[in-house]
Write a protein that binds this ligand. Structure first.
Ligand code: ATP
Ligand code: MN
Ligand code: MN
Length: 307
């Protein structure tokens, strides 16, 4: 005979469709975000986040004990991963080691089950690993840089991308800086895309050496912003739009409208707690992201500003 359903299950509140183990485990103690809370967050933002998460290799920041415990940056698939997490293989990796990818919300919730607090995708998809479908310019303000200067830096990066015929979008990092992201028609290969982004960073550092640096070695200099173009090389990753960060407060990397940039919204302003209200209240600032994809112009292009 069939076992009777416990009455509690029939009346349980509707939640993310994942049977999580230890749903009450606390991942962000200061913000009070649990494993179930993270799953519910992803279920709420999934429609906007999925184009940036699915069908591409993913690196993960896994924190089995939450942000206060040990963490590891993981690129390879592990034993016991849920079946909704897809194994993908880098055609250029002779070892054939399986990397992590997802196709749907079930896969994303599989990552939650594995305590993946941050998700860092590649800039290309598994349809064509060699041709990125986005540029990510990562603005890393050094110590003492006022927020306004970082905002101005993002606007300048955006102008230079526009000059090259691309459409820039902006998001908070959830950490200290901003990311300017431009969708690409996947056509140019990684070396060309990297050279293009390096040329932008170098030009900004050459035009305004008191404001910008383009290399990590120089970035130790106080008061300057590193224009980190190295997200744009094969195998590099950047935190996904809408991904939470494994940092106090459960901040998330939040897509913004350009006209939202200002002193009111700092790099960690949006969080797992306040993101759903934002999504409900405002139109998707990145609604045109996919349609805005443009190819990188052929050949080298310098973007040094005329003085
Ligand atoms: P912030 O605004 O604080 O700079 P961020 O996400 O831009 O936030 P960065 O330190 O600038 O952080 O970038 C780190 C990048 O390095 C991430 O995009 C991540 O994908 C990548 N990365 C590569 N290896 C690691 C690793 N072992 N641990 C963490 N990140 C790594
Ligand atoms: Mn950064
Ligand atoms: Mn960086």
């Amino acid at each position: 005979t069939q076992a009777k359903q416990p009455a509690a299950e029939a009346t349980a509140p509707r939640r993310a469709p994942a049977a999580l183990t230890h749903p009450d485990r606390i991942y962000w103690p200061d913000a009070g975000v649990t494993k179930q809370g993270l799953a519910d967050y992803w279920a709420e933002v999934y429609d906007r986040a999925s184009p940036h998460l699915t069908g591409r290799p993913l690196a993960l920041v896994r924190c089995p004990e939450g942000i206060a415990g040990e963490r590891f940056f993981q690129k390879h698939l592990w034993q016991g991963a849920r079946r909704a997490i897809v194994a993908v293989r880098d055609p250029r990796d002779a070892s054939g080691a399986a990397l992590v990818s997802i196709k749907d919300l079930a896969g994303l919730l599989g990552l939650v089950q594995a305590a993946a607090l941050e998700i860092h995708p590649w800039g290309s998809t598994v349809k064509d690993w060699e041709t990125p479908d986005r540029i990510v310019m990562d603005l890393d303000p050094g110590e003492g840089v006022p927020w306004e200067a970082t905002l101005a830096g993002a606007v300048e990066v955006a102008e230079r991308l526009k000059q090259a015929g691309l459409v820039p979008f902006v998001k908070t990092s959830g950490g200290k800086g901003l990311h300017v992201v431009a969708p690409l028609t996947p056509k140019a290969q990684w070396p060309q895309v990297k050279a293009f982004t390096k040329a932008i960073a170098d030009a900004m550092a050459a035009d305004s050496p008191e404001r910008y640096v383009a290399t990590i070695a120089m970035a130790k200099r106080r008061g300057r912003i590193l224009i980190d173009y190295l997200r744009n090389q094969r195998g590099a990753t950047a935190v996904a739009p809408y991904s939470p960060r494994a940092r106090p407060g459960a901040p998330v990397s939040m897509p913004l409208h350009w006209d939202e940039l200002g002193p009111a919204i700092g790099p960690a302003y949006f969080t797992v707690a306040n993101a759903p209200a934002r999504l409900a209240a405002a139109a998707d600032p990145w609604a045109d992201f996919t349609a805005a994809a443009a190819p990188l112009a052929d050949g080298p292009r310098t973007t040094t500003r005329r003085r």
